[in-house]
Design a protein around this ligand. Structure first.
Ligand SMILES: [Zn+2]
Length: 339
């Protein structure tokens, strides 16, 4: 089947009461790992590429790999989503290339670092919604800013500085008509999210619940939601790495989020850790090896394992065949008619 709209997947997820993992990719092996995990667990998937990934892969390579994925895994409804678009132009270039969903992150200015004004955010998000919906493409927006910096993008800090204000979130969705909303509840991008196991002090699930109560029909998105499991950190450190102790977002907290309107969960760090650990292991244990396949295969397998596990934990497993793809032109028609 062709690439599908993210809105359709998230609407289905809301109906079924589950969440959908959104996994970042930069290359062929990562796409293969996700598609294999999706096939094994019969899951619909969201594959996302950041601006950094688009420049690393000269995004046309990535796009054609995604087309190959849809040919080789015709039973899997697959979304190609732009992660953290920094300007309407970036989003429009992704739409032109064939992405079926884009994130306009207007919570930061176009430099991808400076927290922006509310009016700026509404203005750029509206522009992207108009361009995207005309083609049936989904729009994710963000209000409030996450902590940390990844791929040169982010507000920095611990994640507690710019939490989402639920009243403003409600206003923002009314002002922009975005399909999905990323919120800041204390999480950060990257591996170093928390210096201790997160509790109610650092992970504001109460804020999330209030936003969901005000916006029961809006699909909420949790960014920076890798769990950063100790086992994956240990493999890296056991084979010559040096990660400092760190904690991510526990899967149980994400599952509480899913019960409260979270439909898209962004996971990148866990996959990076899994791949790097697997590569380190091969290179340390068998230093005579030099064929990239000798370490890329185990790396791909390690990532597939993590992704499949998340697909089961988020509840998307088993839901692929319930989704009959709506053509993008039909999605555009539905937006035009206000459905
Ligand atoms: Zn993010």
């Amino acid at each position: 089947m062709p690439l599908v709209s993210m809105r359709q997947l998230l609407d289905e997820a809301a109906k079924g009461g589950y969440g959908v993992g959104a996994f970042n990719v930069n290359n062929m092996e990562q796409i293969q790992a996700i598609m294999e995990a999706a096939r094994e667990t019969e899951s619909p998937v969201i594959i996302q590429a950041s601006r950094g990934a688009r420049s690393y892969s000269q995004d046309r390579f990535l796009y054609h790999l995604m087309l190959a994925a849809t040919e080789l895994y015709p039973e899997i409804p697959t979304v190609l989503h732009l992660d953290h678009g920094n300007s309407p132009e970036t989003c429009k270039s992704a739409i032109d290339l064939g992405f079926t969903s884009v994130m306009m992150d207007g919570s930061l200015e176009a430099d991808g670092k400076t927290p922006s004004s509310y009016d700026y955010n509404v203005d750029v998000t509206r522009q992207v919604v108009a361009a995207a919906h005309a083609k049936g493409v989904t729009v994710e927006a963000e209000i409030g800013c996450l902590g940390g910096i990844e791929d040169g993008h982010g507000a920095g800090g611990s994640g507690m500085e710019h939490l989402t204000d639920p009243v403003q979130a409600e206003q923002f969705v009314n002002d922009t008509n975005a399909d999905a909303l990323a919120i800041a509840i204390g999480t950060s991008h990257g591996a170093y999210k928390f210096t201790r196991k997160p509790d109610g002090e650092v992970l504001k699930m109460d804020v999330l619940i209030e936003i969901h109560n005000r916006l029961p029909k809006t699909h909420l998105v949790m960014h920076g939601s890798s769990s950063v499991p100790k086992e994956l950190q240990d493999v890296i450190n056991q084979y010559g790495g040096s990660l400092k102790p760190t904690w991510g977002v526990p899967v149980e907290e994400i599952q509480i989020g899913i019960k409260n309107g979270v439909r898209k969960i962004n996971v990148d760090t866990d996959n990076r850790l899994a791949m790097t650990g697997a590569i380190r292991k091969v290179l340390m244990e068998t230093p005579e090896k030099f064929d990239p396949r000798d370490y890329m295969k185990p790396a791909r397998e390690a990532m597939k394992k993590v992704v499949a596990q998340r697909m089961v934990q988020f509840g998307q497993a088993g839901n692929a065949k319930k989704i009959i793809p709506i053509p993008m032109a039909e999605m555009a028609e539905m937006y035009k008619n206000g459905n």
